[in-house]
Design a binder for this molecule. Structure first.
Ligand code: HEM
Length: 505
């Protein structure tokens, strides 16, 4: 079931409205606490209504909205919901104080009943495990085997295969349609092959890729909807999830993942994630100690999480970065020039040695964080900015607004990768979260993005289509739990003359 953002907003608004009276009455113990300034529902809705949204909100609109909210309530606010208090942080310094200085108090997460993690009755995964020994060891297994810079070399063959397939697809589509290609369609038809190689150690045929793409997309969009309801007790979330989503979805994805787990690991591409999970021993989180093997359904949850975590955010980021390059021929030209000077860019070493390439990727992620906000569960009351944040609260970090905060970034709405060539800028970027539970795959994501951007720019020059009249690509965002481009990127590609990368053949 595809759930649309308006439906979602309507549901959330109705729910909040119905429960607002209850929520606004002081709760046991909370009156005494100095909570962050409250964000009354009425002001929130007025601020949203006060904006003349175009067909879809653009970055500037979102920036505008956040500024208006911050202007009258400040960078830390709270909203009393019926079952918990939500705290919103939109300032990097406050976010760092919370994520780093109070790291242990905010290292927990809720365990939502999302389709990705629903192969097990209790929902299982690195991202949703309570803070403790079991989480630490699951995360270590993922990071050490698959997402460190040194482990990226194991999958060089799979990456090259996928890159070649992608270039072939663009070449043949361009030949049939006057040079114009649909970026998203082509990418999603090949990207899952790379993830399946890393996760299950085998290749996918075209039919399997299409099926996995469809299944993962629907699981992710359903999971994203459920995350909006995270403030509700688990039982209500389960009822919601049963009511909103098809019963067969979970069985279908389990069928595909089980098939991949059980059939034909050819180990073409080194040890895969599933292999490590079959060997993995899970430490008990209680004091009794002891270890046990993972159950099959737990392995399916972890594999779905691996494919979901990388398979959604990374292509969204890649599409935004390529769209910015279409709109900024100067940046694209400088990048092409640097890649040309580096020569052969298949090797990991050459790839990571281009500071400008990395700067282009980071700048794209700053302006268009695929996950515009992330949240944590407070395990222990703490203080920040003179306010108390109570145990059980959910703290939301607004990575999108921090990325365009004019106190941190000069001319924040401008795509200007050069800013990342200066030291220290990465520390201000919140798109991957921060602290102990920061994105486990951030380095791998930046590497994969750099790899594909480099090859796409080295091979082709990317221009606006004639239909756009040489105008800029539409950069409106689709506001959701994730933030993809509203209109899929279409661009005109021209093969580069690789003797001089700035010229086209
Ligand atoms: C552009 C790509 C990506 C973006 C923008 C992104 C963003 C994020 C964010 C914002 C969080 C929450 C962090 C926090 O709470 O502080 C997160 C968590 C996580 N991400 Fe990513 N991510 C990306 C790619 C990946 C990849 C490639 C993987 C690899 C499997 C991955 C695996 C995870 C995991 C396992 C967590 C949960 C970490 C934990 O709870 O310990 N992500 N990601």
């Amino acid at each position: 079931m595809e759930v649309q953002a308006p439906l979602l907003i309507l549901l959330v608004t109705l729910l909040l409205g119905l429960l607002y009276n209850y929520a606004s009455s002081p709760r046991k113990g909370s009156a005494a606490r100095n909570l962050p300034p409250s964000l009354p529902l009425f002001s929130l809705l007025t601020a949203i209504a006060g904006i003349s949204w175009p067909s879809a909100p653009s970055l500037a609109d979102i920036n505008h909205l956040l500024h208006r909210l911050q202007a009258f309530r400040g960078p830390i606010t709270s909203l009393c919901l019926p079952f918990c208090t939500a705290v919103f942080i939109s300032d990097v310094d406050l976010a760092n104080q919370v994520l780093v200085n109070n790291g242990s108090a905010v290292s927990d997460r809720i365990r939502p009943s999302t389709p990705i993690h629903r192969h097990t009755p209790e929902n299982f995964g690195v991202a949703i495990s309570p803070y403790g020994e079991a989480w630490r060891s699951l995360r270590r297994n993922l990071v050490s085997g698959f997402v460190t810079p040194s482990s990226t070399k194991h999958f060089a063959g799979a990456r090259r295969q996928v890159k070649e397939k992608l270039l072939e697809r663009f070449t043949s589509e361009a030949a049939e349609s006057a040079g114009i290609v649909n970026f998203r369609n082509n990418l999603s038809r090949v990207f899952y092959s790379l993830l399946v190689s890393m996760c299950f150690g085998r290749d996918l045929d075209d039919r399997e890729t299409v099926e996995l793409d469809r299944t993962m997309k629907s699981m992710i969009s359903e999971s994203a909807v459920l995350l909006f309801f995270s403030f509700l007790p688990r039982l209500i979330q389960k009822v919601f999830s049963k009511f909103l989503f098809s019963k067969n979805g979970g069985k279908h994805s389990a069928g595909i993942l089980l098939h991949l787990l059980k059939n034909g690991r050819d180990h073409l591409h080194a040890t895969c994630y599933a292999d490590t999970l079959l060997e993995f021993e899970l430490p008990a989180d209680n004091k009794g100690g002891g270890k046990r093997k993972l159950r099959e359904d737990e392995i399916l949850d972890l594999c779905a999480e691996f494919i979901g975590a990388s398979g959604h955010n990374t292509p969204i980021a890649l599409e935004w970065i390529m769209a910015e390059l279409v709109n900024h021929p100067r940046v694209q030209g400088r990048l092409a020039e640097e890649l040309f000077l580096l020569g052969r860019i298949d090797g990991d070493q050459e790839m990571t040695s281009s500071p400008y390439l990395r700067a282009v990727v980071m700048e794209g992620i700053r302006l268009h964080p695929p996950s515009p906000s992330f949240f944590r569960l407070v395990g222990k009351e703490f203080e920040v900015g003179g306010y108390a944040v109570p145990k059980g609260a959910l703290v939301f970090f607004n990575a999108a607004s921090m990325g365009v905060d004019e106190r941190l970034w000069e001319d924040p709405l401008k795509f200007f990768p050069e800013r990342f060539l200066a030291a220290g800028k990465n520390a201000k970027l919140m798109a991957f979260g921060g602290g102990r539970r920061m994105c486990a795959g951030s380095e791998s994501a930046v590497f994969i993005l750099s790899y594909f951007v480099a090859h796409l720019v080295k091979e082709f020059e990317w221009r606006p289509t004639a239909a756009q009249g040489g105008e800029q690509v539409d950069m409106s965002a689709k506001m959701d739990f994730f933030m993809p481009m509203k209109t899929p990127l279409r661009a005109c590609i021209v093969r580069r003359d690789n003797k001089n990368t700035n010229k086209t053949a």
